[in-house]
Design a protein around this ligand. Structure first.
Ligand SMILES: *Cc1c(COP(=O)(O)O)cnc(C)c1O
Length: 353
């Protein structure tokens, strides 16, 4: 830290992304990316767009907003595209919680406390129940802005739409941000509720289910007033927040419903295979509606299993949060990758005895 670093940010603890090592080729099951390449239709427009990189991207993101709006049956003024959904979350935290406070689950996406600290927003955490599920009743008396991930990050646990509506309806004077990074792997989006609730903001990403993590595209949907607020923040920070190439690719990816359906279906099927194979090896896990499984066994500690898998060329994520430190989080890759993972785990468990 230099002697010039802001005192206000002195105690900031930045987010630690999953490792992207370059020392060898790993089977990469640690950052919940898609194992499948982007839509061929998205790839097809990249070169043409690249030749126009001397020009700024469209600050109104018109075509992308329209593609997203058409897909979800809302008007384009209720959509804002962002540089990854992390940016949508940052804009929303700043717009709807700065000068107030936040509440979110004790085990969830690690970026929530980081953004809260960056913006100087005090926050409280609400414990998940014993099955790692959000208990909506626990939020009834909270006046803070609420942010949850559904399915929840790290645990994969899922709340049905009726529970999300209960959470939003509990207190119409507080904004509820629902981070749906993993909604396309079997869940039901809360976007239709934004027609009726002006205190609900839904955030999604192209990084997981739309195979574009490296393009950095996210978006938020809400009532027109909430989105106008987010635009006030965007135009005060970075009007050209989505770059030209990513924007063009994202429009095509959103329109390519068939490819999206094919990829998400494969992930859901492979999740079923992986869950069953892990159970056979004696693992337990919360039921996952996401593209990962948080798996635990009494036979070996989470950190040790992570290290042994890494030495065998398979990267999974070990998180140090107290409640899940005994587990590993495994991204669902291709069927072949998961068969290799299961084989390596089997070897590791056999070596223990
Ligand atoms: C991956 C993830 C994000 C961030 O996604 P980007 O769009 O790549 O920034 C946000 N929230 C949750 C819960 C995630 O898992």
């Amino acid at each position: 830290m230099s002697r010039f670093f802001s005192e206000k940010l002195f105690s900031l603890e930045p987010y630690t992304p999953g490792e992207q090592p370059r020392d060898m080729v790993y089977i990469k099951l640690n950052t919940n990316e898609s194992p499948y390449s982007p839509s061929p239709k998205a790839l097809a427009v990249i070169e043409g767009e690249a030749s126009k990189l001397n020009l700024y991207s469209d600050p109104t993101a018109r075509f992308l907003h329209e593609a997203i709006a058409d897909h979800y049956g809302v008007t384009a003024d209720r959509v804002i595209a962002t540089n990854g959904s992390d940016e949508a979350l940052a804009f929303a935290f700043d717009a709807f919680a700065s000068g107030k406070s936040l509440a979110f689950p004790d085990v969830t996406y690690g970026f929530y406390p980081v953004f809260a600290n960056l913006f100087g927003i005090p926050y409280t955490t609400v414990p998940l129940d014993d099955t790692f599920t959000i208990r909506v009743e626990d939020y009834a008396n909270i006046d803070s802005t609420v942010v949850i991930a559904n399915p929840n990050a790290q645990t994969g646990t899922y709340l049905p739409l009726s529970k999300i509506e209960e959470l939003v309806a509990q207190n119409r004077d507080r904004v509820v941000i629902v981070d749906e990074a993993y909604i396309d792997f079997g869940g039901e989006t809360a976007i239709p509720l934004t027609d009726r609730y002006d205190n609900l903001l839904v955030v999604q990403t192209f990084s997981k289910s739309r195979n574009l993590a490296g393009a950095r595209i996210g978006f938020a949907v809400g009532c027109a007033d909430l989105i106008a607020d987010l635009n006030r923040v965007k135009y005060s920070f970075n009007p050209y927040n989505v770059n030209r190439i990513s924007m063009a690719a994202a429009v095509e990816a959103m329109k390519d419903e068939a490819y999206f359906a094919e990829c998400t279906k494969k992930v859901v099927e492979t999740r079923g295979y992986t869950a069953a194979a892990l159970a056979k090896l004696g693992f337990t896990y919360p039921a996952s509606m996401a593209n990962f499984i948080l798996a635990h066994t009494d036979k070996i500690d989470g950190k040790e299993l992570y290290q042994k898998l890494k030495s065998k060329g398979v990267l999974v994520r070990h998180l140090s949060d107290a409640r899940i430190a005994d587990s590993i989080r495994i991204t669902i890759g291709t069927r072949e990758q998961m068969e290799t993972l299961i084989r390596k785990i089997q070897e590791i468990l056999e070596d223990l005895t």
